[in-house]
Design a protein around this ligand. Structure first.
Ligand SMILES: [Zn+2]
Length: 317
């Protein structure tokens, strides 16, 4: 594959098994200004980290060290198409504490066909893959037409029913149609999270009525467009809420120091949790603990870690 990030992952040095995420002496390094070195009061799970993005290719190990130092101890690496899902699986194989999702983003829905469906179905069998997605509907940009998006999403709902894994869903400006489709499929799918929720009150309550989970990002830290979320977040039951950076995107806008490169990363998750805690009126540690419990249950991380560990041991023997 010609993708430079992927080539880098093939490097033998990189392939040596790393125990970075298990290292209790993990430290922040110079990349982060002192004022941005947060540490969560309880271990966190970042449920949406696009670590296969090119911007992480050069310093991924340092990024993971900083995550550990910030007490972000588990990461779900988002797989948005076949190549990135395969890369996400490769990362989850190398680094304890990392897991992957595998799906086709609504932007790429026009590429959906039988061969892609079969490849996704195979990826979903892997122990590293803990959710079907990122998939869904994005009527904001319509890089694929709405009907192409619905077709690809419907097919991935079907795959989730087949393998029983939960769904990691993207929705932008498509709340009404998303609710209709999920209403039809709700009894058959196991669980679903609307990641990076940014919509309005009615949409939120519609999702909660469907017994879905909600993922919140640093969007809430954006004084220009995240304002409405500040009143809404307290309506999300604590056991339905998970947190994510969606890095490298969505760098929180209200950080107390400037970050060179403007790249978001998992070590900044504690800042987002702090902000959500303020607007919900929760104790920060209680919120951190609850979102982690929810994520571990939702993605079945204990079972996944065990299966991944067995896979690694077999590879090594
Ligand atoms: Zn998304």
């Amino acid at each position: 594959m010609a993708d430079p990030a992927w080539l880098w992952l093939q490097c033998p040095l990189y392939l040596q098994r790393s125990a970075l995420l298990a290292d209790p002496d993990a430290t922040f390094d110079d990349f982060l200004p002192e004022a941005l070195r947060f540490r969560a009061p309880a271990p966190l799970v970042d449920i949406g980290a696009n670590l296969t993005h090119d911007s992480f290719a050069r310093d991924l190990e340092a990024v993971l060290r900083r995550a550990q130092a910030a007490n972000v101890t588990a990461l779900i690496v988002t797989g948005t198409d076949r190549a990135h899902a395969e890369q996400a699986v490769a990362l989850a194989q190398r680094f304890p504490g990392l897991h992957a999702t595998a799906g086709v983003h609504p932007h790429d829905a026009s590429l959906w066909n039988g061969a892609l469906a079969a490849a996704m179905g195979e990826l979903h069998q892997r122990p590293e893959v803990v959710a079907v997605g990122e998939c869904g509907l994005d009527f904001n940009r319509n890089f694929s037409t709405p009907s192409e998006q619905e077709r690809a999403f419907e097919a991935q709902l079907g795959l989730a029913v087949e393998n029983g894994k939960p769904l990691f869903i993207h929705e932008r400006d498509a709340g009404q149609r998303m609710r209709e489709m999920l209403h039809t499929w709700r009894d058959d799918i196991s669980d679903a999270v609307i990641h990076c929720f940014t919509a309005d009150r009615d949409t939120l309550h519609g999702y909660l009525d469907l017994d879905l989970h909600i993922g919140l990002t640093g969007w809430i830290c954006d004084e220009r467009r995240g304002h409405h979320l500040r009143e809404l977040v307290r309506n999300i039951p604590l056991d339905r809420l998970m947190v994510e950076t969606d890095c490298p995107y969505l760098l929180p806008r209200d950080l107390p120091a400037k970050l060179k490169g403007r790249r978001n990363e998992p070590s900044l998750l504690p800042w987002i949790v702090r902000e959500i805690a303020v607007w919900r009126g929760n104790d920060e540690a209680e919120l951190a603990h609850a979102t982690t419990q929810t994520a571990r249950r939702f993605f079945r991380l204990d079972t996944a870690s065990e299966a991944q560990e067995t896979g690694r041991a077999q590879q090594e023997s």
